[in-house]
Design a protein around this ligand. Structure first.
Ligand SMILES: Cc1ncc(COP(=O)(O)O)c(C=O)c1O
Length: 449
């Protein structure tokens, strides 16, 4: 007989492994039990099942800049669920989603005018890659089938995004099902030259020339698109050197290759502007987004494309589907309604400007860790920062994992991957909370051997 709801033994079930957790060392979680269970959230804090209050140093998984449990959002959810809880998106529209598409296009750089909705960053990435292939084919250049990504890039876990992505552990198990015709340029990070940079490193624009090398290897006529994150987020906040993104843009334009910015992390304010594209003054042909658009509360993602791309699809017989692509939940009205409330709150409370004003606070605090002997590098831009620890001999990643687990007992929900701690605190954080966060990190790093 199944356990009654209020008597459900979460610890037992977790231990039995019924819940196969994503991107998780499942056996380690089973061992640690309820310390790894988040039970509630409010403002910039989570509370674990063990009753420990944790500062949310990464805004969930980069997705909750407004913090948690804002009653304005729960009101919206109820109201929308009572009005139009679901609506098919194929051959039909609904007002809340139509208005959101226009609103997002208005926030994007001029010329990026049309929005295609998906439900996650992975779906957004695959949508953009398919749109790039379709665009060239419709223009009579179907020979442009190659997709170029970048080492250490992360574009989710769909087959397209995984193939274009450049994170080895995500790729090696699935080598046999990689999308064909994908190549990668080098990432522009070179520790010896840019360690401890504040904001954009001065060295590294020349790394964009690697794109010319890859283009020369394959010939531009075979290449559809280049996809990069303006700031490489998941791989530890790799900040684009001054002039680097500009050069990628020039090279793509010269060769008729589409440039896609994956703004799943950087979109909706994380760089102190609506999009990183505006922060860096470089306009791509497509922007993918997800995460912060709904504050992570209802899944939503999407792609913003230029007039040129959209209009290229709007050809052929008028009764034919122009882009044979879409999801049951594309443009979900509940997600769209929440997105409106999130964007309303960001506007009313000037939260994007606040993220920008917190940037120097985070920068100063995080770079104060530089004197710690096991700190290998510190980087920051917008309301993000990455700290690399020196690996323990013969135990790569062990130090960082230990730090993460210490954080759970000491008031911090940290994001530790490999040797890197990534920070992306909520925009609603106060300067004191950011300084306290770094002070606790300092204490915990000092305790590591
Ligand atoms: C740049 C980027 N693209 C795509 C994704 C994948 O998003 P999702 O996990 O929503 O599929 C992520 C997730 O972190 C991301 O950072």
């Amino acid at each position: 007989m199944s356990e009654l709801k209020n008597e459900f033994d979460c610890a037992r079930s977790l231990k039995e492994g019924r819940y196969w957790m994503p991107f998780t060392a499942n056996r380690r979680v089973k061992e640690q039990g309820m310390a790894r269970v988040l039970e509630s959230a409010s403002g910039p804090y989570y509370t674990t099942a063990d009753g420990v209050k944790l500062f949310d140093t990464l805004s969930g998984l980069w997705c909750s800049p407004l913090g948690h449990a804002d009653p304005r959002i729960s009101e919206t959810l109820k109201k929308q669920a009572d009005t139009l809880d679901y609506a098919p998106g194929f051959q039909l529209a609904n007002p809340v989603t139509v208005r959101l598409a226009e609103r997002i296009a208005n926030m994007a750089p001029a010329g990026l005018e049309h929005v295609f909705f998906a439900n996650s960053g992975s779906e957004a990435a695959d949508t953009a890659l398919k749109a790039a292939i379709g665009y060239h084919r419709l223009r009579g250049e179907g020979g442009r089938f190659r997709l170029i990504g970048r080492e250490r890039g992360y574009h989710g876990v769909g087959l397209g995004g995984m193939s274009v992505g450049g994170i080895v552990p995500n790729r090696k198990m699935f080598a046999t099902i990689m999308v064909p015709g994908v190549d990668h340029i080098r990432h522009p990070y070179d520790h010896a030259r840019v360690a401890f940079s504040k904001g954009q490193p001065e060295w590294g624009a020349e790394m964009a020339e690697d794109l010319e090398r890859v283009i020369a290897l394959h010939d531009a006529s075979t290449i559809a698109a280049v996809m990069v994150e303006p700031v490489q987020g998941s791989t530890g906040v790799l900040v684009p050197p001054i002039g680097y993104l500009e050069r990628l843009r020039e090279i793509c334009t010269k060769h008729g290759i589409l440039l896609i910015f994956d703004e799943v992390i950087t979109g909706f304010g994380r760089m102190g502007e609506n999009f990183a594209s505006q922060r860096f003054g470089v306009k791509p042909d497509m922007i993918t987004f997800a995460k912060a658009v709904t504050n992570g509360i209802v899944p939503m993602g999407g792609v913003i494309v230029t007039d040129e791309i959209y209009n290229t699809f709007m050809t052929g017989p008028e009764n034919a589907i122009e882009f044979a692509h879409g999801y049951t939940y594309s443009g979900h009205p509940l997600a769209a309604a929440v997105a409106h409330t999130v964007l309303d709150i960001m506007e009313e409370e000037s939260l994007i400007a606040r993220a920008r004003s917190l940037e120097p606070v985070l920068e100063e605090a995080i770079h104060s860790l530089r004197d710690l002997p096991i700190v290998h590098d510190i980087r920051n831009i917008g309301l993000t920062a990455g700290v690399d620890l020196k690996p323990r001999k013969d135990a790569p990643g062990a130090r960082c994992l230990e730090l993460f687990e210490k954080g759970l007992k000491n008031g911090l929900l940290l994001r530790c991957t490999g040797e890197t701690i990534s920070f992306g605190p909520p925009f609603i954080s106060t300067p004191e909370q950011l300084r306290d966060m770094v002070a606790t990190v300092r204490k915990l790093i000092t305790e590591l051997d």
